[in-house]
Design a protein around this ligand. Structure first.
Ligand SMILES: [Zn+2]
Length: 297
């Protein structure tokens, strides 16, 4: 990677894993210029000024399915799916989402302070969400990235959950060369690595089973866990007999009520969460200038 490109990247190393999500989308400037000059009848100069000010909403930048004038593509030289324009008409917008809270406040303030202020090269957006929505979004993303054909996903999901639960621990080191995860017969809380095995206290092990169930249930009949394939009824029964439900104060009998309570326990309450988006507009500003130059001549 050339030094100039590298220097442009933001440094998120001060943030705990899972606190920052990255989104990339492409914006077709030919489509936008077209709307402003042809449909709205603006002079190119006015269109340029308007477009430069364009500030998209967080939903537009992070949507799973982009809509005009945005589009997603992994190709090196994509064509606009709406107007077939070539790459030189497209701007790339990178968006970084930081989950607000104690774990990220200091790093976020420092990062925002360090960003260049000139010309609105970076735009900051704020929205609100809640922990439950974030949990299901996290499960969804994980589900899309795991390979369920390979048994290794069970350990990967365990690691992802532990990273989320205890972001300060060096899990890369803990999982290095790990071959198995087991329920500990000795530990009352926490975890312990013993040679190539990781032992989890029963409550933590049960939480991992629940996460494995949640992440795999839409891909399989029932969910898959370290304890094999389980339907919701089987999972609830297992957690009840192991004392997990009593320990969490879950007294509901209906399996779906129990599921709700387990989710509540996993997210740690209904808390509201603030989300911060950093939109990197540098490529957009450069491209809009060159596209305008084409229009103006
Ligand atoms: Zn287009």
């Amino acid at each position: 990677m050339p030094a100039a490109t590298k220097k442009r990247e933001l440094d998120f190393s001060a943030f705990p894993p899972g606190a920052v999500s990255e989104y990339t989308t492409h914006l077709c400037l030919a489509c936008i210029f077209d709307v402003f000059t042809k449909q709205l009848g603006l002079a190119p100069r006015t269109a340029y000024t308007e477009i430069k000010r364009h500030s998209p909403a967080a939903e537009e930048l992070t949507a799973a399915q982009a809509s005009r004038p945005y589009f997603d593509s992994d190709e090196k030289s994509p064509r606009c799916p709406y107007c077939n324009s070539a790459k030189r008409w497209h701007a790339r917008l990178d968006t970084y989402r930081i989950v607000g809270g104690k774990a990220t406040d200091v790093a976020r303030r420092a990062l925002l302070k360090s960003l260049p202020k000139a010309e609105d090269q970076f735009q900051i957006l704020e929205t609100r969400s809640d922990r439950r929505t974030l949990l299901f979004e996290w499960l969804d993303t994980m589900g899309r990235n795991l390979d369920f054909e390979d048994e290794g996903w069970l350990i990967e999901a365990t690691r992802a959950y532990l990273e989320r639960r205890e972001p300060k621990t060096d899990w890369a080191q803990t999982f290095e060369g790990l071959r198995a995860v087991r329920r500990s017969l000795r530990l009352e809380e926490g975890w312990e690595r013993d040679r190539d095995r990781l032992f989890l206290a029963p409550s933590l092990y049960n939480e991992v089973l629940f996460v494995q169930y949640l992440v795999s249930r839409s891909h399989q009949h029932g969910g898959r866990t370290f304890e094999g394939r389980l339907t919701l009824i089987e999972l609830v029964r297992r957690l009840r007999y192991s004392g997990h439900l009593d320990a969490q104060g879950i007294t509901e009998r209906d399996q779906f009520d129990v599921l709700e309570k387990l989710v509540e326990h996993l997210v740690g309450g209904e808390g509201a969460v603030k989300l911060y988006y950093i939109v990197d507009r540098r490529d957009f500003l450069e491209k809009v200038k060159t596209v305008y130059a084409r229009y103006a001549t």
